[in-house]
Design a protein around this ligand. Structure first.
Ligand SMILES: *Cc1c(COP(=O)(O)O)cnc(C)c1O
Length: 457
């Protein structure tokens, strides 16, 4: 008999979690304004809100914490991080920041001005927020296949090269850079192929543009390339990662994802001049250039996390768990984004609750139902997150209305995944009885989904 698959780690420390009753949860979600961000974590049994900063660090990372150098300038921890970035990702210069959006804020302060246009593949929400905050426009050039959840395509994160070239021609002088998100978070944790990255590089060179990678899940992207792209089966993740980043001039990183730390980020670049310009904003917004909002111990854990995050066994354990959950949902006939993404399973709320109007926020309604059913916290990636058009202030309804179940790294067992799957099955079986969605009571002017207050329609 072939041996079954098992995790590539064992557990050294545990954190108790608590179940609750449906009655309790009804009360709690109401007072949270039907916004799952508003719940305190003790009211959640299985927390799949995000895989960002929620992973479990390894014993090696914890031991690195003890070796942190807290010197204000030139700490050894800074150099540990610098060496890891140079060795693994191939960038000579870098700036630490406290998380991914801070990296965007610093970099975009140098590169973006009012009226600019930034083409890319389904920009992440904070990325788009930082672009629009500067009165610039994000143009989505993702391939059309990404927007049909029933289509199986190995690289749904790919940039549509025709769409990209069209923007490059029509908006040429307004474009400071092209941004490619690996993996593409907003389209369902979908990878971008090496072939596509190379073609984007070629187009960027043709039109004299910089290429920025929004790199939070670069290691998961490399794993998918190894499994799915012709000619990469025998390459190591490390080799694939180097080949990916060879296509970029700059990268921003939320280390809370594939560097498996609870807080941290950075910008890395080839250009010394860009490093110099960005340093000014880093000092203003984040901290001195050798710590940028991070403590020495956190930089140490991040450096160690970069090495662990690109180990094949770790990635296989992680991505197989995501597939495990997705596989069960498919067995139950629940509509999910296919193929299953790297860090999360995305439930297609439009197909789950087709009888609800989009104005009633189908994905948010489903996320609230799942919480009520089992104390599981997912998150809406749909009309609430898509926000209003900055000019017309009309609600934007994206083509995908998804509920994301993001799986923290090295945290939950497959028994937890079973609970999530059965809870969703129960809701799916009684989906016709869900007659009403949600409406907005109050909302913030930008990135409203974090704080929006809702009520039953
Ligand atoms: C998480 C994420 C960010 C923002 O990073 P934070 O650390 O949450 O600020 C940016 N881009 C992508 C693709 C991400 O997944």
């Amino acid at each position: 008999m072939e041996l079954p698959f098992a995790e590539s780690f064992k557990i050294k420390m545990v954190e108790p979690i608590r179940k609750s009753s449906r009655q309790e949860r009804e009360k709690w979600i109401k007072s949270a304004g039907y916004n799952l961000f508003g719940l305190s974590s003790d009211k959640v049994f299985i927390d799949l809100l995000t895989d960002s900063g929620t992973g479990a660090m390894s014993d090696r990372q914890w031991s690195e914490m003890m070796l942190g150098d807290e010197s204000y300038a030139g700490a050894s921890s800074y150099y540990k991080m610098k060496n890891a970035i140079q060795e693994l990702l191939g960038f000579e210069h870098f700036l630490p920041t406290h998380q991914g959006r801070a990296a965007e804020n610093v970099l975009f302060s140098v590169l973006i001005k009012e009226g600019d246009v930034i083409p890319g593949n389904s920009h992440f929400d904070t990325t788009k927020g930082h672009i629009e905050f500067r009165k610039a426009t994000a143009v989505d050039c993702t391939i059309d296949e990404a927007f049909d959840t029933t289509l199986s395509h190995p690289f749904k994160g790919n940039v549509d090269l025709l769409k990209l070239e069209e923007v490059l021609i029509s908006k040429g002088d307004k474009i400071p850079f092209i941004i490619v998100t690996v993996t593409c978070n907003s389209s369902g944790g979908q990878p971008v192929s090496i072939e596509n990255l190379k073609m984007v590089r070629q187009l960027a060179d043709k039109y004299g543009k910089l290429v920025v990678f929004d790199s939070a899940r670069f290691a998961e992207n490399a794993y998918f390339i190894k499994l799915r792209e012709k000619g990469y089966q025998d390459k190591s993740i490390r080799e694939i990662v180097r080949e990916m980043f060879a296509c970029a001039d700059v990268m921003t990183m939320s280390a809370k994802k594939d560097a498996i730390v609870n807080m941290g980020g950075f910008i890395a670049m080839r250009s010394k001049e860009l490093h110099c310009k960005a340093s000014v904003f880093n000092i203003m917004f984040e901290g001195y250039i050798t710590y940028g909002g991070m403590s020495g111990r956190d930089m140490n854990a991040l450096a160690q996390g970069l090495y662990e995050g690109i180990e094949f066994d770790y990635l296989e354990t992680r991505i197989k768990q995501v597939e495990y959950l997705g596989g069960h949902l498919m067995e139950y006939g629940i509509p999910i984004q296919q193929p299953i993404g790297g860090h999360a399973v995305f439930v297609d709320a439009k197909r789950f609750l087709p009888h609800l109007a989009k104005e009633e926020f189908q994905a948010q309604t489903l996320a609230v139902e799942l919480y009520l059913e089992a104390g599981v916290r997912g998150v809406e990636i749909g009309a609430l997150m898509a926000d209003r058009d900055p000019v017309t202030r009309e609600n934007r309804y994206p083509s995908l209305e998804l509920m994301r179940l993001a799986i923290p790294r090295r945290v939950y067992s497959n028994n937890h995944m079973d609970v999530v799957a059965v809870a969703l099955k129960n809701i799916f079986d009684r989906r016709d009885t869900i007659r009403k969605g949600l409406k907005i009571v109050t909302e913030a002017p930008i990135m409203r989904h974090f704080t929006v207050v809702l009520d039953l329609v």
